[in-house]
Design a protein around this ligand. Structure first.
Ligand code: BGC
Length: 836
């Protein structure tokens, strides 16, 4: 008999006491609330309002007079960066959130959360700015990789596990971005027009599930507006729904710079305005209270929420911390590898092409720029700096016998200069106006991103006049190397001791200052260099006067692009390598210019000549395996012409080791698609992410993701829930009640495996407008070859309900339902009928 995935042990908690907001209130909760009240009573208005405003980029002030420590926050969600945007203190980098959701395993998400809590503790962080639970409304969404799924139930389940895990370790989360932050274009101002049913049934649903299921200690309110009101001032959704209806008793933190009105935010239920030191709260709020414009009781309410958060995190003297004994330490690298394996989705596997035959003498041609320079994480605030990165080339080199592996670039997806990294050893030198050195900092790449307090020790915004990125570059290839810059201001670029460019980059036509800082790379100079011969490089940046600016920052980059080789020649070289090997493994990838925070995608095509490369390699070797290294859907026009397609997402720091595990069959790829994969962009149900006159209409209503493909009769490349393993499953029986479903299945394949049993509900003759069917439950089961396993999957009451705006409540819809159990949305193995 097989077994179900092992239940996890919960850390010790005090037994339930009474009820509040639908959840148990413990004696410790009560003691904490008492301590909070006592502390609140000792604060005057100025201290209270100071506590509601960031004192810098990442923290709130300490108030020693009440025994309160400084609450420190940090991004999230795949690691804990800490309070500096630098590599000085590296972080474990887990796979992208899309990969975590692809595990369909809330227990695994919980373990990920526990590791992140451990990382947070190590770095002195109390609040993790995660998880991101906005939905995959459109595959063009720039932060798609950072969200979980197109399905609200799956998003809520994974988010609940994640939040429970982080909080098991005594660290707070801020579930973000509440709400409707599903795309990036005009993200600070866009007004998302969302009708009541989709708002409740889709976009608010994951937040509700997490608030009810995990009692998060924090929420982050988004930049955007929903139905005409900006989220940091959305009294109805924050005070009404989040706190009032769902019983949220945590702290509501603004997204960074999203708080824009002192009284508007206070009335709208915002507790903390981040970042500081200049915000709409602090002295501005104290003045508004004194002028009779803001309500002192509302200030007390917000302070109470901050103090409760601090108390839970163990920062308020006399208040019991929520967790006194954090769970046993986890091995970060090992967990990163396990998570990667469990998130990889095997989309196609013709003639059991995978796992690879390990017999001696078999050879592999590894191809692709990302096989060597792996893209392990998505860009923007989710960025962390891992201590090491295992690329596919590293992973396979370690796993295969000597001489079994060859490597060819094949095609380079980045055609623009990117922050100098491979071959560069760099540091940043800060100088004052006289040229005297003030301080120095290490740099993992040519990117300087010092925001607020991040300046190297010894430097200050008052004294800093210039920053020089300096060091050596050891070229990997001979030829013409391109150097460039990103950022606004005056620069001098020197390579090999010669000044190659000196000039000023102004704002130009770029309307969005963020785009100017992080966006367009500029080519500045070319230098012919020889492989293996190191040269000195230097980029000096004149720091502009920042006196009076609310947020001070130094943001600029030294960019580099290796010698361009004839693309045809590169493809031919790869084809020769593929022909000479038993198996060709081609790694295709997106770049940071394709998927990142701050902008949406323009299309779903792979950048550069990667599609041509795959076609050419597949024509040369029938045993071609394509590895897709992308955080969100890309078009795979050649997918039927290759033997196997393995989606590795952004796989985190151990991605290459996990890839070797899966390709060689040491582990089964465990993932199932958390989002439908379209054949091409035009097939995606929502392709409109650009607001018109500031407004983005969610016209599609309830029809996003698989709900829409079904309604429009469009066949995707790969359906929601799809993902192959290395064994086979026979679904044998299904029994259903309105409360739960029991499924029995047998592993009929040759090896042990894990199956994600998915349950969908399809109403028969629907009396209301609803999608054709929707995910109502799922569970992971494990069994050895020939073993049977039985699993009970609870059906939440909400699965049978719709939001009734007129009655302002949820309405249970009776009638007949077909209960479907299967391997994916499109691969249903058993059905049963249910009458409510
Ligand atoms: C992002 C948030 C992030 C914050 C702090 C914002 O721009 O939207 O997700 O937590 O920055 O880095």
């Amino acid at each position: 008999m097989g077994h179900r995935t092992a239940p996890h042990r919960r850390p010790h908690r005090t037994p339930p006491h009474t009820e509040r907001g639908g959840t148990a209130v413990t004696a410790a909760d009560q003691a904490r609330d008492d301590a909070v009240e006592a502390a609140l009573g000792k604060l005057d208005l100025d201290a209270k309002t100071r506590l509601l405003a960031g004192q810098d980029m990442w923290s709130l002030p300490a108030l020693p007079e009440i025994g309160l420590g400084s609450l420190v926050m940090s991004d999230g969600p795949i690691g804990v960066r800490g309070v500096r945007w630098t590599a000085d203190d590296p972080s474990v980098a887990l796979p992208s959130p899309t990969a975590l959701a692809a595990s369909w395993d809330p227990d695994l998400a919980r373990r990920a959360g526990r590791l992140l809590a451990q990382e947070a503790r190590r770095k002195g962080v109390h609040v993790l700015l995660a998880p991101t639970v906005n939905l995959h409304r459109s595959p063009l969404g720039g932060r798609h990789f950072e969200c979980y799924s197109e399905d609200p139930y799956l998003t809520g389940a994974i988010g609940t596990g994640y939040v429970q895990g982080v909080q098991d370790g005594g660290i707070a989360t801020t579930v973000k971005h509440f709400a409707g932050n599903d795309a990036e274009t005009e993200r600070f101002t866009v007004d998302n027009a969302i009708a009541p049913r989709p708002l409740r049934e889709l976009y608010l649903a994951p937040f509700e599930a997490i608030v009810r299921g995990a009692r998060p200690w924090g929420v982050m309110t988004a930049y955007n507006q929903v139905n005409g009101t900006t989220m940091t001032e959305h009294r109805q959704l924050v005070n009404g729904v989040l706190r009032g209806e769902w019983g949220f008793d945590g702290c509501n933190v603004s997204d960074w710079t999203a708080a824009r009105s002192t009284t508007g935010c206070l009335e709208g239920g915002l507790d903390v305005a981040m970042p500081g030191p200049v915000t709409v709260y602090g002295p501005a709020l104290a003045a508004a209270v004194r002028a009779g414009e803001a309500d002192g009781a509302a200030v007390d309410g917000a302070v109470r929420n901050v103090l409760r958060l601090a108390a839970r995190a163990g920062l308020l003297e006399g208040a019991p911390a929520a967790v006194t004994e954090p769970p046993a330490p986890l091995d970060g690298a090992a967990l990163a590898r396990e998570l990667a394996v469990r998130g990889f989705v095997l989309l196609r596997n013709e003639c059991a092409a995978l796992p690879l035959d390990r017999s001696s003498g078999r050879t592999v041609a590894l191809i692709g720029a990302a096989a060597r320079d792996a893209r392990v994480l998505g860009g923007g605030s989710a960025t962390v700096f891992p201590e090491r990165v295992v690329s596919p080339l590293d992973g396979l080199t370690a796993a295969l016998p000597e001489g079994a592996l060859t490597y060819a670039v094949g095609a380079d997806p980045s055609e623009e200069p990117a922050p100098a990294a491979q071959g560069f050893e760099l540091r940043a030198v800060c100088r004052d106006a006289s040229g005297a050195v003030l301080g120095e900092g290490g740099l993992p790449s040519g990117q300087v991103q010092w925001i607020g307090e991040d300046l190297p020790e010894g430097a200050s915004y008052e004294t800093l006049a210039s920053v020089e990125i300096t060091g050596t570059f050891l070229p990997r290839e001979s030829g013409e190397h391109v150097f460039g810059t990103r950022g606004l201001g005056a620069f001098r670029l020197a390579v090999g001791g010669r000044t190659l460019w000196e000039g000023v980059q102004g704002m130009g036509d770029e309307a969005d200052p963020f785009e100017a800082f992080f966006g367009t790379p500029r080519e500045r100079a070319r230098a012919v260099l020889a492989a293996g011969e190191p040269v000195g490089v230097s980029l000096t940046y004149q720091v502009p006067d920042m006196a009076g600016m609310p947020l001070k920052a130094v943001l600029f980059s030294l960019l580099h692009l290796g010698p361009r080789r004839d693309p045809e020649e590169l493809i031919e070289e790869a084809v020769r390598a593929a022909r000479a090997a038993d198996t060709a493994v081609v790694v295709v990838a997106t770049t940071e210019r394709v998927e990142s925070e701050g902008f949406d995608r323009g299309g779903l095509g792979l950048p550069g000549r990667q599609d041509d490369l795959v076609r050419a390699v597949a024509a040369a070797n029938p045993h071609t395996v394509v590895v897709v290294n992308a955080g969100s859907p890309v078009e795979l026009p050649w997918r039927e012409d290759v033997a196997a397609v393995l989606l590795t997402w952004f796989p985190g720091q151990e991605g290459g080791a996990a890839l070797a595990d899966v390709l060689l069959g040491d582990a089964e790829p465990g993932g199932r698609l958390p989002t439908t994969w379209p054949a091409c962009l035009a097939d995606a149900p929502v392709t409109e992410v650009v607001p018109r006159e500031g407004r983005l209409e969610y016209r599609e209503g309830l029809l996003i993701g698989y709900r829409a493909y079904e309604a429009h009769g469009v066949r995707p490349a790969y359906p929601f829930g799809h993902g192959l393993g290395y064994t086979a499953w026979a679904y044998e029986s299904l029994e259903a009640t309105a409360e739960s479903v029991r499924v029995r299945l047998t592993n009929t394949g040759p090896r042990p495996g894990r199956e994600v049993v998915q349950v969908y509900l399809a109403p028969v003759a629907d009396p209301v407008e609803r999608p054709a069917s929707w995910l109502a439950g799922f569970a992971g089961v494990e069994a050895g070859p020939g073993e049977s396993v039985e699993v009970d999957i609870p059906l939440p009451g909400r699965a049978f309900e719709v939001w009734d705006e007129e009655a302002y409540g949820w309405r249970r819809i009776g009638g007949g339902y077909e209960v479907r159990a299967g391997h994916s949305y499109a691969d249903i193995r058993l059905t049963a009928t249910l009458h409510l």
